[in-house]
Design a protein around this ligand. Structure first.
Ligand SMILES: Cc1cc2nc3c(=O)[nH]c(=O)nc-3n(C[C@H](O)[C@H](O)[C@H](O)COP(=O)(O)O)c2cc1C
Length: 349
């Protein structure tokens, strides 16, 4: 993957070329545990806390290539029960001046059957590969879609993310409202119960939007605890448009990711940590492009980090660079383990 070359191509062509190149790459094994950065996340032993966010490998085609590039964990998806084409193109826009992307893909994916077949085929390879599940756009029963997704991916992944925060499936974010969320999580947890006999327990995470007010954050935190969720991923892309965006495509509709999302997603993360402390692990996502930013999210309460957009601009070398930079941040603070930095900022304020 040569980012400068790929950036001459339209975004989705570049993405397809990157996936094709990664498929042709000889596979390296997953990363060995880092001496100071290894961390436990809801029972998963991460070699270090930097993971690949959902949306890059929607169809579970290259999880092992991404682990081989040095990611500590990889989240495939979002997958929906049935294959779907997504929204009309163009639907992904680079905003290079802002180090940002706007996408309104709308869960384009190959569907659950192929996704599960691919995950099953790589099951013996090790490494932490999660499955991010969603609902079909035209589904008559979205909760049933999540139940179906959970049951299908369960035997083949290390964790499951319930994604209710894509802005590109109309009404999906409504599942974050207290009543709807309770109904969804009751169904998810009942499905989990029925799957308990089929292999070891897997953590279930909920991925939320950054566009949440104080009351919504509190309601989600309470509901997540009440239903014994295993963690929250904070956050998906934003529908907000900061006033200082410069890219020519800034008025396109969809979810904004990358640098302009960093401050807001980190603030929402911090608020969740204030409410939850260490009772529920948090995964910080949004605008991470440097080790200092990853470390800032950890100090705000994240136990692990994910990124996507910065890799579009910096290329896949970003992950090894970030691991080195986070380690340097830790050393500067005189700490011997990343675990000691989690939420440190909240403790001192
Ligand atoms: C092109 C693109 C596609 C995405 N697709 C998904 C998706 O299918 N499911 C999901 O949960 N998040 C998806 N995301 C959101 C990312 O996982 C992440 O939450 C968000 O981009 C913020 O992180 P970043 O600023 O590091 O990119 C997508 C993001 C981008 C840029």
């Amino acid at each position: 993957m040569i980012p400068l070359l790929l950036r001459q191509l339209p975004p989705e062509t570049a993405h397809r070329a990157a996936i094709a190149a990664l498929k042709a790459t000889p596979l390296l094994g997953p990363t060995a545990p880092h001496p100071r950065l290894n961390v436990e996340l809801a029972g998963l032993s991460l070699p270090h806390p930097i993971g690949l966010a959902a949306g890059f490998d929607k169809n579970a085609e290259v999880p092992d290539a991404m682990l081989g590039l040095g990611f500590g964990f990889v989240e495939c998806g979002t997958v929906t029960p049935l294959p779907q084409a997504g929204n009309p193109t163009p639907r992904v826009f680079r905003l290079p001046e802002d180090r940002a992307v706007i996408n309104r893909l709308g869960f384009n994916n190959d569907g659950l059957a192929l996704f599960v077949r691919r995950l099953a085929a790589r099951a013996q390879r090790g490494g932490i590969v999660g499955a991010n599940i969603g609902a079909n756009k035209d589904s008559a029963n979205r909760i049933a879609d999540y139940e179906r997704g959970l049951a299908a991916v369960w035997p083949h992944c290390a964790y499951v993310t319930v994604n209710i925060s894509s802005p590109n499936t109309p009404g999906l974010r409504g599942l974050q409202d207290r009543g709807a969320l309770e109904e969804l999580l009751a169904a998810i947890m009942a499905t989990r119960q029925s799957l308990a006999s089929r292999g070891a327990a897997r953590p279930i995470f909920l991925k939320v939007a950054p566009d949440l007010d104080e009351d919504a954050i509190a309601a989600i935190a309470e509901t997540a605890l009440a239903f014994s969720l295993d963690g929250l991923i904070v956050s998906n892309t934003t529908i907000a448009r900061p006033a200082d965006l410069r890219g020519a495509h800034r008025a396109e509709s969809g979810g904004l990711s990358g640098a302009p999302l960093f401050a807001r997603s980190t603030e929402v993360l911090r608020r969740f940590f204030m409410l939850l402390g260490h009772r529920l692990p948090l995964i910080g996502v949004g605008g991470v492009a440097t080790g200092a930013q990853a470390y800032a999210k950890i100090k705000a309460g994240a136990r692990a980090i994910q990124l996507y957009t910065a890799m579009i601009y910096q290329g896949p070398g970003i992950v090894r660079r970030l691991v080195g930079e986070v380690d340097a941040c830790l050393a500067k603070d005189g700490l011997n383990s990343i675990t000691d930095a989690i939420g440190a900022e909240a403790r001192t304020t």
